[in-house]
Design a protein. Structure first.
Length: 210
């Protein structure tokens, strides 16, 4: 573990040295690494598939991305995130009950940067997403409720709008909000659910360009 931490610290240091104290914004040929927090809406089904068993659940997690500037204005970007949520109920008589959910998402897309000046820009762009997640229940006295619920697979289109603001050197603050329009499916021994959804997502964090 210590070796991995040391290697990551060295990589960041090398990127920082390579970037130096920038007086201009990134452009064609530059790369950008993003790391931040993300909020999303998980589309879930459970405890089994059924007519009224689909629902939405908020999740939060970690967002990472890599962008390459194809020109001074356009980037290609690949990103991913891992998200979780947990809620508990402590009852006076029955055992404590706990519901958790987890998911991951991969996005491939691009962004158009409109630089206000060398230290700030607005960016927006489309992307396609692949998302997979599920819920899990523990402590419920009813049969068939506890355990892992069916996996949900989602294919979606994502459009987002964000702001990039230089803090100093190669470091910048970023934040975006987005909309996901997606097709969801879940299948188990009882049947299969398929449905369309639309929901918001967003991320905020730091970027490093080099």
């Amino acid at each position: 573990m210590k070796r991995w931490i040391a290697a990551l610290a060295m990589l960041i240091a090398l990127c920082t040295c390579a970037a130096t104290a920038r007086a201009q914004h990134p452009g064609g040929g530059n790369s950008m690494f993003w790391l931040g927090l993300i909020g999303n809406r998980a589309q879930l089904v459970g405890p089994t598939t059924g007519e009224t068993n689909t629902f939405e659940n908020p999740e939060a997690g970690v967002h990472v991305a890599y962008s390459y500037f194809l020109s001074d204005e356009w980037t290609a970007c690949v990103s991913g995130a891992y998200q979780v949520n947990s809620s508990e109920f402590s009852a006076a008589i029955v055992p404590d009950q706990k519901f958790t959910s987890s998911s991951y998402v991969i996005r491939i897309g691009g962004d158009r940067f409109a630089f206000i000046n060398d230290r700030a820009a607005v960016y927006a762009g489309p992307g396609i997403t692949y998302w997979r997640g599920r819920g899990k229940f523990e402590g419920n006295p009813a049969p068939g409720v506890n355990g892992d619920w069916p996996d949900v697979t989602q294919y979606g289109f994502n459009g987002r709008l964000g702001l990039w603001a230089r803090l100093g050197g190669p470091w910048a603050l970023y934040g975006h909000i987005g909309q996901v329009i997606a097709h969801n499916s879940a299948k188990d021994t009882k049947g299969e659910n398929t449905w369309w959804t639309s929901h918001h997502e967003g991320s905020v964090g730091l970027s490093l360009d080099f």
